[in-house]
Unconditional design. Structure first.
Length: 164
């Protein structure tokens, strides 16, 4: 989808929206287990990246005031300039239909991110439960960090006072 991307520059004396580029915006799904989604946009002529960030569940896509074909959101880590920066971005489309299509895709990616986080958490909990069950079956207890340190140094750290 073709669009124009802007970033909010608050470093100047009069804060303003600055154009970052015109080009095709894409949602790229990573093929790994977590299936995270990134929003990537390249400038038309130079092919330089002007947006590159993960879509996260906490992002809030809001309509730009005064336009039915533009959206605004804040990114915690945009890598377009090769280092992560917090950015407030706006994107404007040629027509309302493209803007609505972008919003739907953005929200689908957010849902996928929520489901991915939930799946990862569920998987981690299952792994922990299996490890605990295996330890219980063996009749072993997990040593505390203090017990592990005692084994390494050969000393004991008892909370009971030493008899004199």
């Amino acid at each position: 989808m073709r669009a124009k991307l802007f970033r909010f520059d608050c470093s100047s004396q009069s804060p303003e929206w600055k154009e970052r580029g015109v080009g095709d915006v894409k949602f790229m799904e990573h093929k790994s287990k977590d299936r995270s989604v990134r929003l990537v946009m390249r400038r038309d002529k130079t092919h330089k990246i002007c947006a590159n960030h993960f879509i996260t569940p906490d992002m809030k896509l809001t309509p730009s005031s005064g336009s039915d074909r533009a959206w605004v959101w804040t990114v915690q880590a945009d890598f377009a300039d090769e280092e992560a920066k917090v950015e407030q971005l706006a994107i404007r489309f040629k027509n309302r239909e493209n803007a609505l299509q972008f919003k739907e895709q953005f929200e689908r990616c957010q849902e996928r991110a929520v489901n991915s986080e939930t799946d990862d958490l569920t998987s981690d909990l299952k792994t922990l439960n299996l490890e605990e069950e295996e330890e219980e079956e063996k009749g072993e207890e997990t040593p505390t960090p203090a017990q592990t340190e005692e084994e390494k140094t050969g000393t004991t750290t008892s909370e009971d006072p030493v008899p004199q």
